[in-house]
Design a binder for this molecule. Structure first.
Ligand code: NCD
Length: 311
């Protein structure tokens, strides 16, 4: 693990397997026994330049459960809207004695820039089309709860792969832990380069072979906000070829689980009956997000105290 990665959580790409495993183990321990308020007296800044419901709330709940105070700043309610530069905003907010910065930004790499200029841990809560490390961690945690392992599983990730930071972070994590990852989407949203990313990664432009015998089906939203041009002819056409419906889900293993990072658009990328089926673990993903984010905050802000308490 590089120095910059050990002090911050910027992406899955820079994390070694043991560091990922330690966070997953700690989240599991927190599920068995609620953690102590090791972050009492600490202040965490939650700085979001893009809309978010679940990720922002999840980080806030996680920080407060550990006893920390949270300060939330969103783009539409601050001088960010008046054009203050990212670093100026961060320096100003840093001057208010914050102990960590959790940030989401529309530009890939923004949290990496901030991490180079502040002396407190930075946690990436999603940067453009690049990474969303805590989402991949909570997804891995959810898969482990249901399947007991990641190695050897067939994981289908379906939808707008090109624009998805969730797909990228999951791809790094799952392939590093030995899963076979099948990416699936229309050619415009799944360029051929993805297949070259590594062993165990397949690209499919048809849904049926991607779902065939899958253990995990992860469905992604079409990220219209990141598209400046049309990437497919019409929504109806997308639904026709790529919507994960109950009928298509029967191609996956009978015990396959269905995941979605949210927000989901029922009737487009996922059928309502699939979202609400017993195979869906979408709500559990949200619950597990709080555990993972507590583990991350504790590890970055109170590693020594946490180790002492767990000893
Ligand atoms: C995702 C995101 O923001 O990248 N959502 C999330 O964090 N739960 C996926 C999305 O917006 O579709």
């Amino acid at each position: 693990m590089g120095e910059s990665q050990s002090r911050h959580l910027l992406g899955i790409a820079g994390l070694e397997r043991p560091a990922i495993q330690a966070l997953l183990d700690r989240a599991a321990a927190m599920q068995r026994r609620p953690p102590e308020k090791l972050l009492a007296g600490r202040r965490v800044l939650v700085l979001f330049y893009e809309p978010s419901t679940r990720t922002r709330t999840s980080f806030e709940v996680a920080a407060r459960r550990l006893g920390a105070e949270t300060v939330s700043v969103t783009a539409s309610a601050s001088s960010i809207e008046k054009g203050e530069s990212l670093l100026d905003t961060v320096y100003t907010l840093r001057a208010m004695a914050v102990d960590a910065i959790i940030m989401r930004h529309g530009e890939s790499g923004a949290p990496f820039l901030v991490a180079r200029h502040v002396d407190v841990p930075v946690i990436n809560a999603g940067d453009g089309m690049h990474e969303h490390p805590t989402q991949a961690l909570l997804d891995a945690f959810t898969i482990l709860r249901h399947k007991g392992r990641i190695a050897g599983l067939n994981v289908a990730i379906v939808g707008d792969i090109l624009h998805s930071r969730v797909a990228r972070s999951n791809l790094w994590l799952l392939s590093r832990f030995g899963a076979r990852v099948r990416l699936c989407g229309p050619p415009s949203l799944l360029p051929a380069e993805f297949a070259a990313l590594g062993a165990g990664i397949e690209c499919h432009h048809q849904l049926e072979p991607a779902l065939d015998g899958a253990d995990v089906v992860m469905v992604l939203r079409i990220q219209m906000e990141r598209m400046r041009e049309a990437f497919f002819p019409s929504e109806a056409e997308y639904v026709h070829y790529y919507s994960v419906t109950a009928e298509r889900l029967r191609l996956a293993r009978p015990d396959a689980i269905v995941m979605h990072p949210g927000p989901m658009i029922r009737g487009v990328e996922i059928g309502a009956e699939v979202a609400d089926s017993p195979q869906s673990v979408i709500r559990e993903q949200v619950e597990n997000g709080v555990l993972i984010r507590m583990a991350v905050l504790e590890q970055l802000l109170a590693p020594a105290e946490a180790a002492e308490k767990s000893a």
